[in-house]
Design a protein around this ligand. Structure first.
Ligand SMILES: [Zn+2]
Length: 375
């Protein structure tokens, strides 16, 4: 998925061998991107970019339902230490930066919780201290994954007229961050948080009936319960239960019965203009439209809205069409009347190359963590 440029060198240039000629690796950063579905690691070099990327399934309460949360957290520490030491020995670098898909204190790295990884567990997790104790020879950094993605996107932003960028990630989890491009500032509250929209309550109705779904965090009817990747699948199941005849006659059901994954079947059903798939996408984008409508109303400096994450990237144009439809039906008071494209012209869907959490983690370690308001 990411640009995977493999560094080619012969054995005599192996950086694990001590010597001054390997000073080029002093700027190297071992990077991680820990999402709800996959854990990725890699090596970042200022002039080479990313290389040596590895990926494995995430350790989560979904993938290992019989493990305790304490064991999952210990597995995470062990994985990070073992993998970081592998890169460290091989490439002779001690800088490590982790992009983590969890709500955390942006000032001190204390992890508050992660619905996709640990469900409703919200006990404070001082991952940074545990890592420093386990491998004190390495310098560890932790940054929230949405913050990392936004740092990377903001770093490459060419349009200097954009005052603020709002990045929303819609994948295993749902969250957003707001960057002021004029000073590269991501504001935090007193708990080091910003933009945890995934667990806001939402009222979603279908044909006049309230839809009810549980959320990974243990709550009910949160944005993520309907809008995340898992939320979208749960919503599809709920609609099918509400209207079984409609479901059974849908293209989406037919494609899934032929063995296609839900994601592939949904995309193809949308291509066939399937009414069930269209309704599903209309409903899953509604909570996101409501958040964007409120955000644009409260902050007139948001000049760019960037959507990313597996759900958006997979459905791409269709996601944009249905999201925009909500904003066309009910726009921003007055502004949408003065300019019907008020929302549309702010909206961009970014690929994983444009919003790359591994790159963001590297930038965080090399630049942003040194700024007081990110540290
Ligand atoms: Zn929730």
């Amino acid at each position: 998925m990411y640009t995977s440029k493999i560094i080619k060198k012969d054995e005599t240039m192996h950086p694990g061998i001590s010597g001054g000629k390997f000073a080029e690796f002093q700027d190297a950063v071992i990077v991680f991107d820990l999402g709800g579905t996959y854990f990725r690691s890699g090596l970042y070099l200022a002039y080479e970019g990313l290389s040596e990327i590895r990926q494995q399934p995430a350790f989560s309460f979904h993938s290992a339902p019989n493990k305790s949360i304490a064991d999952l957290k210990q597995d995470l520490v062990d994985y990070l230490v073992k993998t970081a030491l592998y890169y460290s020995h091989r490439f002779n670098t001690n800088q490590v930066s982790i992009s983590l898909g969890a709500a955390l204190n942006g000032r001190n790295g204390i992890v508050y919780g992660s619905g996709p990884l640990w469900g409703n567990d919200n006990s404070s997790f001082d991952l940074l201290t545990l890592l420093r104790q386990a491998a004190s020879e390495l310098t560890w950094h932790i940054v929230n994954d949405v913050t990392a993605g936004l740092i990377h996107y903001g770093n490459n932003l060419q349009d200097t007229d954009i005052r603020k960028v709002l990045l929303l990630t819609i994948s295993t989890g749902v969250a957003c961050r707001l960057l002021d491009t004029r000073n590269q500032h991501i504001a935090l509250d007193e708990f080091g948080l910003q933009g945890e929209i995934g667990h806001l309550p939402i009222n979603l109705c279908f044909e006049g009936q309230a839809l009810e779904l549980g959320c990974d965090c243990g709550g009910r009817n949160h944005v993520a319960a309907f809008a995340s990747g898992r939320g979208l699948r749960a919503l599809s199941k709920l609609l099918a239960e509400c209207k079984p005849v409609w479901w059974q006659s849908s293209k989406l059901a037919a494609l899934q019965s032929h063995g296609l994954t839900f994601e592939t079947a949904l995309y193809q059903a949308l291509e066939h203009n399937d009414e069930f798939a269209n309704t599903l996408l209309y409903l899953t984008t509604q909570p996101i439209a409501e958040i964007l409508r409120n955000a644009l109303t409260l902050d007139p400096e948001i000049d760019r809205i960037v959507l990313t994450g597996g759900v958006v990237v997979n459905l791409s144009t269709y996601y944009r069409i249905f999201l925009t439809r909500h904003l066309s039906e009910q726009g921003i008071y007055l502004s949408s009347r003065f300019d019907p494209a008020f929302f549309e012209r702010r909206l961009a869907i970014a690929s994983s190359a444009e919003v790359n959490n591994l790159m963001g983690a590297a930038l965080y370690a090399t630049t942003y963590s040194k700024r007081e308001y990110y540290a």
